[in-house]
Design a protein around this ligand. Structure first.
Ligand code: GDP
Ligand code: IMO
Ligand code: MG
Length: 427
């Protein structure tokens, strides 16, 4: 059995927390795309942890965790993450597997990311500057270095050749940075990486699958940042959709079972690009403050707005979402009125499909809902949720034609209410 948890918006939907919650029912948690642009936050016994490369199942001692071939790995970030986990007493090395086919992010990829963003000026993507775009460009351009390469005697040589190419590109940009400073820690991290469990992951995953193990694929970023179907060019460089599970882990489409889509009860975006329901007013500011909407990776303030059901329906369609989890419902506790975009108005027309460009000519058409005006942080059962909240969620379910599995009502790992705990498929 392979199920998937992924984000339906522009990232930061709370995937890490949801994966951590569901991981109790799985044997293996696997990342299939993205890299250290991801920041997945868990709160465990009051402590905040942000994971960038390591799957969010790592805090459950019974789980195995896999970084798939579709992921781009910065060994420096990976080393720091493992050392942090180990300092907390988490056993990592025996439980972490890395595909030999995952690509490496080199120091020069980070420099190229920076140089490219600087050159774009006002048109910049607002990248996390983690070298993601350049690393995937080398992958598809067939120049990349993979994790398995670090075990080959010619690794240094291949590294130098690629570095040279990158330095030439950087000089085109007129970009200057002391790459050498980054290389010392890079090579220390490569040595560290060599001692980890680098495996033929696609074979092991199929073995586990046929042994009846339960596998959970963890998405990074969100559907609207997908390289093909996101708000191009303001996207990331990987397939963030359920389709990415196949290419990013070596599983077949027929092995995928449930696709659990995660959405906030409102919407955020970090970085540049269109966002039709963005609020530039005091309400947007209230959402940012109440939701602590600052990036888990870069610390940047997130842009905030109402939930966009037109975009969410698109994401459900592209992913084949079978179950929905709505997060951060508690953030709306104090709002008198909550709004949800149900169409885009262009001239006199109401659109229910995303146009080629989501530009300023589009204005969202909203449906309004009364707020519940009470704190839900301590709720113990879904049935106890205020009627206004249930009403809001029911509207979302009806609009999307996807059933709601649960709602998250606080950052802690236990703050999740299942709608039908007795029908919980994973128990
Ligand atoms: P991810 O990238 O999808 O894993 O999400 P992030 O970790 O980047 O951002 C989600 C933020 O919301 C984190 O700070 C979480 O701790 C927090 N969070 C997750 N679920 C909830 C929730 O239901 N309520 C509140 N208030 N915070 C939440
Ligand atoms: P998680 O997994 C939110 C955004 C960046 C930028 C664009 C491209 O935590 O949800 P990149 O560095 O990938 O080239 O940046 O994508 N972005 C994210 N936004 N959450 C993320 O990950 C993101 N990863 C990338 O802000 O707009
Ligand atoms: Mg995040």
């Amino acid at each position: 059995m392979v199920d998937v948890i992924l984000g339906l918006q522009w990232g930061d939907e709370g995937k890490g927390k949801i994966v951590d919650y569901f991981a109790q029912h799985y044997d293996i948690v696997a990342r299939f795309q993205g890299g250290p642009n991801a920041g997945h936050t868990l709160y465990i016994r009051g402590e905040k942890i942000v994971l960038h490369t390591i799957p969010s199942g790592i805090y459950h001692p019974h789980t195995l965790n896999l970084i798939g071939n579709g992921v781009v790995i910065d060994p420096v970030v990976l080393k720091k993450e493992i050392e942090k986990l180990e300092s907390q007493g988490v056993e990592v090395r025996s439980r972490l597997f890395i595909s030999q086919k995952a690509h490496l992010i080199l120091p020069t990829h980070r420099a190229l990311d920076k140089a490219s963003e600087q050159a774009k000026g006002k048109e910049r993507i607002g990248s996390t500057l983690r070298g993601i775009g350049p690393a995937y460009m080398d992958k598809t351009g067939r120049n990349g270095l993979r994790v398995g390469d670090v075990q080959q005697p010619r690794f240094e040589q291949a590294y130098q050749a690629l570095r040279e190419k990158h330095l030439q590109l950087l000089s085109h940009y007129g970009f200057e940075e002391h790459i050498e400073d980054w290389e010392t820690e890079f090579f220390e991290a490569i040595d560290f990486l060599r001692k980890l469990q680098i495996i033929r992951a696609e074979y092991r995953l199929h073995d586990w699958y046929h042994q009846g193990k339960r596998i959970l694929a963890e998405g990074a970023q969100g559907s609207l940042l997908d390289i093909d179907f996101g708000t191009y060019p303001y996207v990331t460089s990987s397939t963030t959709l359920a389709a990415g599970v196949c290419t990013g882990l070596g599983l077949s489409p027929r092995q995928i079972g449930e696709v659990i889509g995660v959405s906030k009860a409102y919407c955020t975006r970090v970085g540049s690009g269109p966002f039709p329901t963005e609020l530039h007013d005091a309400i947007g500011e209230r959402l940012r403050t109440a939701g602590h909407e600052f990036g888990a990776t870069t610390g940047r303030p997130r842009r905030c707005g109402w939930i966009d059901l037109v975009a969410l329906k698109y994401a459900c369609m592209l992913n084949g979402v079978t179950q929905l989890v709505i997060t951060k419902t508690d953030v709306l506790d104090e709002f008198d009125t909550i709004r949800a975009a149900v169409a885009y108005q262009v001239g006199k027309q109401h659109l229910h499909e995303l146009p080629f460009y989501l530009d300023d000519t589009i204005s969202p058409v909203y449906e309004s809902f009364p707020g519940w005006k009470t704190s839900i942080a301590n709720l113990q059962h879904f049935d106890e949720a205020p009627s206004q909240l249930k009403n809001y969620l029911q509207f979302i379910e009806n609009y999307l034609q996807v059933s709601l599995t649960g709602l998250s009502h606080g950052p802690d790992r236990n703050q999740l209410l299942l709608k039908q705990p007795q029908a919980f498929a994973w128990k």
